[in-house]
Design a protein around this ligand. Structure first.
Ligand SMILES: C[S@@+](CC[C@H](N)C(=O)[O-])C[C@H]1O[C@@H](n2cnc3c(N)ncnc32)[C@H](O)[C@@H]1O
Length: 251
């Protein structure tokens, strides 16, 4: 289930719990109750439930501030145009969360170091990041002596613009192309950090298009029912696993 639905359901539960609290509270404290304290309480309950339901930790702050922001927006009589603006900004960054069920989150520095280690023994490598986010991997790889070409494809508007600008100054190439329309046969190392959702279909594409001596790497999401050539458990905080598929093991 998409995390955004879990987060929304948690907010709903927190609201129902808050109604219960407000109903019971007059037994102990004389009303009226300060609505800011109620919003803080709802935020705290949402935060606790997010932990119980194992949402990724970067959701915690969002979950806590959501009821407080609602209170603040209602109180400040904010024009609906602001909400529309916020919605558009979110869409520009995260449109692929809604369309492809692949959100924007970034490869961390420990994983990037491991990514560099996968290049060992390769020369004139052509690297491709499928869904390249803000372009950090593409830039880093473009700066390695054994990399001949470093390309990222990205379709979410803001990440595309940001990464296009970043690579213009720092190296690498970003193409505004849907990853499903990308020909993989030109690339020696293809990296994906997507979600469990596309992995099965992506594997079929990888098998059909990638050459025999190439390497497919998936950050965190294994291809279902296929044993990876290697699995690297990384010493970072989120205990990242890199799944390495040497195409020669599968052709
Ligand atoms: C989890 S982020 C990873 C970003 C980057 N690869 C990294 O590791 O830092 C996944 C990215 O894939 C992009 N994406 C999702 N579906 C895509 C598609 N069909 N074509 C191109 N990009 C896509 C999203 O917009 C998002 O930026």
């Amino acid at each position: 289930m998409p995390k955004v639905f879990i987060a929304g359901s948690i907010q709903l539960c927190a609201f129902i719990i808050l109604i219960g609290v407000v109903w019971l509270l007059p037994l102990f404290i004389q009303p009226p109750f300060n609505p800011l304290y109620l919003a803080l309480l709802m935020g705290a309950v949402a935060l606790a439930l997010s932990w119980v339901f194992k949402l990724p930790s970067w959701w915690f702050l969002l979950q806590f501030i959501f009821p407080i922001s609602m209170y603040w927006a209602l109180n400040a009589n904010i024009t609906p145009l602001v909400s529309l603006g916020v919605f558009i900004a979110i869409w520009l960054f995260f449109s692929n969360s809604f369309k492809n069920r692949v959100p924007l989150y970034l490869t961390n520095s420990v994983t990037r170091e491991a990514l560099l280690a996968t290049l060992k023994g390769r020369e004139e490598t052509k690297f491709l990041d499928l869904g390249s986010g803000l372009g950090g991997n593409v830039v880093l790889l473009s700066q390695q002596s054994q990399v001949a070409q470093s390309v990222g494809v990205e379709t979410a508007p803001m990440p595309y613009l940001v990464s296009k600008l970043y690579t213009f100054f720092a190296g690498g190439e970003i193409w505004a192309k849907d990853l499903w329309k990308m020909e993989l046969n030109e690339f020696d190392v293809v990296y994906a950090f997507l979600s469990p959702e596309p992995m099965e279909a992506l594997w079929q594409k990888v098998l059909a298009e990638m050459p025999i001596n190439s390497l497919f790497i998936s950050n965190s999401f294994a291809v279902p029912d296929i044993e990876a050539s290697e699995i690297w458990a990384l010493p970072d905080q989120r205990e990242t696993h890199l799944y390495l598929y040497n195409l020669r093991d599968f052709k």
